[in-house]
Design a binder for this molecule. Sequence first.
Ligand code: MN3
Length: 237
Amino acid sequence: MNRKDFLKKASIALATTAVLGPQIGKSAQGDLLQNSVHTLPNLPFATKALEPFIDTQTMEIHHGRHHKAYVDNLNKALATNPYLAKLSLDTLQARMAQAPAAIRNNGGGHFNHSLFWTLLSPKKQKATGSLVKEINKKFGSEDAFFEQFGKAGLSVFGSGWVWLNRDSAGELFISTTPNQDNPLMNFTEIKQGKPIIGLDVWEHAYYLKYQNLRAEYIKAFRNILNWQEAENRFRSA
Ligand code: MN3
């Protein structure tokens, strides 16, 4: 093969790799990728279980289509990023400043929604435990906390999330992030902390039932918040 033919073949091979990504399961690199393919978690309750606060159709679309698309697109984007593909979903969040936009958006989307489902409860739970004590200390009362949390959620222009986090000194703070960003991500514009409670304020999370009334949706969240899970996250933060 002369040099011209060789270059031609090499560029075809490169183009094929770029389109298909590394072959899964065929090399050491492939095995790692195979082990780190992200999957859509099952909802911990039936799609109708949060009625009347979140309607069945919203839950079906939110989990089965939106969240699934984040998972599928994350896996696609990671197929050409073997280093990031090796990281756990949590660790990946803290490396996002080094990741391309497709991984930031879809990796954030997968993390945020996986967390969000666990923070929802079909049964109204009483707020008890060390987290509530700390909330009372920090914000004055549970009502005062929800008022600040709700205001922050309303202040998100466009799509995003509102969070209650614990910083590295153990202090609680409320924050918001745009799009699918979250407080674990290492961007200078994001105040970092461990998310304890997170609420999706994208329109896809509430529009079918609440239309443009985001405030009503945020108010409803208090009835379906899984305090036990939030308490567990607070204790391990
Ligand atoms: Mn969502």
